[in-house]
Design a protein around this ligand. Sequence first.
Ligand SMILES: NC(=O)C1=CN([C@@H]2O[C@H](COP(=O)(O)OP(=O)(O)OC[C@H]3O[C@@H](n4cnc5c(N)ncnc54)[C@H](OP(=O)(O)O)[C@@H]3O)[C@@H](O)[C@H]2O)C=CC1
Ligand SMILES: O=C1OC[C@@H](O)[C@H](O)[C@H]1O
Length: 435
Amino acid sequence: MASLFGALQRNWRMINPPTPLPPKAENALRIGILGAANIAPMALINPAKLHPEVIVQAIAARDKTKAAAYAKKHGIPQVLGSYQEILDDPSIDAVYIPLPNGLHFEWALKALAKGKHVLLEKPAFSNAAEAERLLQSPKPQQQPAPVLLEAFHYRFHPAWARFLSFVDQPNIAHATASLNLASMLFAKDDIRFRYDLSGGALMDLTYTMSVLRGVYGTEPEECTSCEVGTMEPPNELCDYKYDGTWRFPNGGTGEMHGTLRGGLVQMLRSLPSVTVTHRAVAVEPHEYAKSPSAAAPTAGQETVRTRTVTLNNYIMPTLWHRIDVVDDFVVRDKTTLEPIRRWSAKQTAKAYTRRDAGLPEDDAAAAAAAASQPSWSTYKHQLDAFVDRIRGRPGTGAWVTAEDTLNQMRMIDMAYSKAGLALRPTSSFDPALAV
Ligand SMILES: NC(=O)C1=CN([C@@H]2O[C@H](COP(=O)(O)OP(=O)(O)OC[C@H]3O[C@@H](n4cnc5c(N)ncnc54)[C@H](OP(=O)(O)O)[C@@H]3O)[C@@H](O)[C@H]2O)C=CC1
Ligand SMILES: O=C1OC[C@@H](O)[C@H](O)[C@H]1O
């Protein structure tokens, strides 16, 4: 009952932050949004209300009337006539780019060339070639370079760090990640199903690959299988679902499942989850002393533990999440490996705040004497990290590096190649024109 009340309060607070909102600092960063996108209120506009150092200053859309209506609805003070006008405005410090994937390269490059910091929606590019080209362009190489962050928001939530604290990376045997969305969420002509805009399920639901890379803490060696379901013509180059497997350097395997056209019941019953199964490892009695059925090994015996960890709802952990840890113990003969006694120990964990995860608070929050709140979304934590990085503060340590972004795009390319589908098209935009 108490946890139901906590969940209701947390989710109410996420959508309706407590007032008065924190006053804005004199030197607050001014952010411009390129495109009146559906995701921007959740990913930036609402989290920015809670951040004393961020003002969402300007919006531009292809159609200025649409931008004006969007600005009015979301309380954005300035409406500019084009995306380029946002980049040309010297009062804008940073931009958020929630454009279709196929436009990320062009507009990120143009924004960086103007010295703007960039919060770039995932997946950052259409393919690895684009990622390499942008990251090797002059601005990202400059010291100090403008900050570029691919918006893998889930990585910034304390639940992710807490989950990883149960994972023993070198000893992972298998990891499986899933993300199933209902078809009712997307029209058939959605940007996700447009090849010319670099759509596709492997692109849009790229989280499963990010999660596999994240749990292993390394890059896959091979995509061992990838089956996709594709849209009807004229969108047949876009996948709407995928099922794939991977091999990682420690010999462990990965598995991913995603669909943009699942059923509503399937979506509600199978929250986005990641499960990591470990190899059996020898453990010392002090590591399982608290386990109720624990039995100490005698001479010539050893205890091994096989751990399985699941993070339920890795994408929207603020709504609700649960970490399940199951440890299967076996006392066995050291020579014959014959099992002598078995037992299991189960625990659950959660982390709605940095404190819950044993993490430091970020500097900005500490300065405002406000510790992280259970109602903070993944996007609020992400925005904190973006601002800390721009300000040169250490933050909490969670980050998506340029190398991460490049490797993520390489993994997507590997999956498309294995599936026998064309890589997403490289932008025809000439980097020399980004000035
Ligand atoms: N982090 C997250 O949780 C999420 C991230 N995303 C990512 O954000 C991006 C946008 O997704 P979403 O908000 O759902 O998409 P929308 O379709 O709502 O927004 C895309 C925006 O792109 C602009 N645009 C510019 N050129 C085109 C074009 N040729 N065709 C269509 N739109 C165009 C439109 O802006 P204009 O107003 O100028 O017309 C539109 O507002 C994607 O990269 C997606 O992967 C999406 C959802 C969740
Ligand atoms: O978080 C997400 O969930 C829905 C997807 O379609 C979206 O693009 C993604 O980022």
